[in-house]
Design a protein around this ligand. Structure first.
Ligand code: GLN
Length: 285
């Protein structure tokens, strides 16, 4: 590797380690590659010296990261499923575990004729937009209670060329009458609602508690407040045979199933995430 680059990587690695950042070596490499707009694998063959301006930007990024700004929110973009999504502090950073929900919903969409999908609490839009991008015949409605989150989701829709396939609605769950606006014939509902019990928010990492919107995290006293609200109206919004795919937090699966069974849903499946935690619940009307 170019000696100046190797020296920079080591210097940044040390700074990050001092700030208690895990994977400091990988992050140092990632930060430099991102600023140079090259792939990680291209670092070893990069031969140019860094300009003074590049070094300055590098130090600004490193200073932010040392204050535990999440990397994706520093660079404004995050890879999720097969695509890159614009992110900001107005949206929850897409998590790899949520890809489980995307894959499960995709299997369903590809196994029977599905035309309409509803995403409750769309945030960056990562779930519904990944599905729409995979299924050009599918049409979607994406709801969020945050106007600034919807702006990010809209940006992502246009970046992925999906604006004709999706409509956005500013609403807290079903409050703004999405069922009256768009009918009761959704084939699929997807949702990653806030599910962290309020009192647990303070014990989350700095990256999450200071940079993900609390509106997208805080699920009330027991973390299940939003599932109860969703369950009240979701049944009505679905076609007969339609399914809802829900992300849940650690240890919440059984209770969330009970909440939906009380509203006439039938459990189809619970899927585990990459860490073996029950993460995605699939229920049928
Ligand atoms: N999975 C997120 C976390 O662990 C929380 C997402 C949510 O509340 N929907 O921070």
């Amino acid at each position: 590797m170019h000696p100046q680059l190797e020296e920079q990587i080591k210097k940044i690695q040390t700074q990050l380690e001092k700030a208690d950042i895990e994977d400091a070596r990988w992050e140092a490499r990632y930060i430099i590659a991102s600023l140079l707009q090259i792939e990680l694998g291209e670092l070893s063959s990069y031969t140019k010296d860094l300009t003074a301006q590049q070094e300055e930007s590098l130090q600004k990024v490193v200073a932010k990261r040392c204050r535990h700004f999440p990397l994706d929110k520093i660079f404004g973009s995050r890879g999720f499923y097969k695509f890159d999504f614009v992110v900001s502090e107005d949206v929850l950073s897409p998590r790899p575990d949520t890809e489980i929900l995307v894959e499960a919903a995709l299997e369903e969409i590809q196994s029977r004729p599905c035309q309409k999908i509803l995403d409750l609490g769309t945030g960056s839009g990562c779930i519904i937009l990944s599905l729409l991008a995979e299924c050009p015949h599918l049409r979607g409605v994406a709801i969020d209670a945050s106007v600034s989150a919807l702006e990010i989701a809209q940006k992502n829709a246009s970046k992925l060329g999906l604006t004709q396939q999706v409509k956005f609605l500013h609403s807290s769950w079903f409050d703004e009458g999405c069922v009256n606006l768009w009918g009761k014939d959704f084939d699929i509902i997807v949702s990653n609602p806030p599910y962290i019990p309020s009192a647990d928010i303070l014990s989350l990492t700095e990256e999450v508690k200071a940079h993900d919107p609390h509106l997208a995290l805080d699920g009330g006293k027991d973390g299940l407040k939003d599932y109860r609200q969703i369950a009240l109206k979701a049944y009505e919004a679905l076609q007969k045979g339609g399914k809802i795919f829900l992300e849940v937090g650690i240890g919440q699966a059984q209770e969330v199933v009970r909440i939906f069974e009380k509203q006439k849903f039938h459990l189809c499946e619970i899927r585990k995430d990459y860490g073996g935690i029950e993460r995605c619940i699939i229920l049928k009307k």
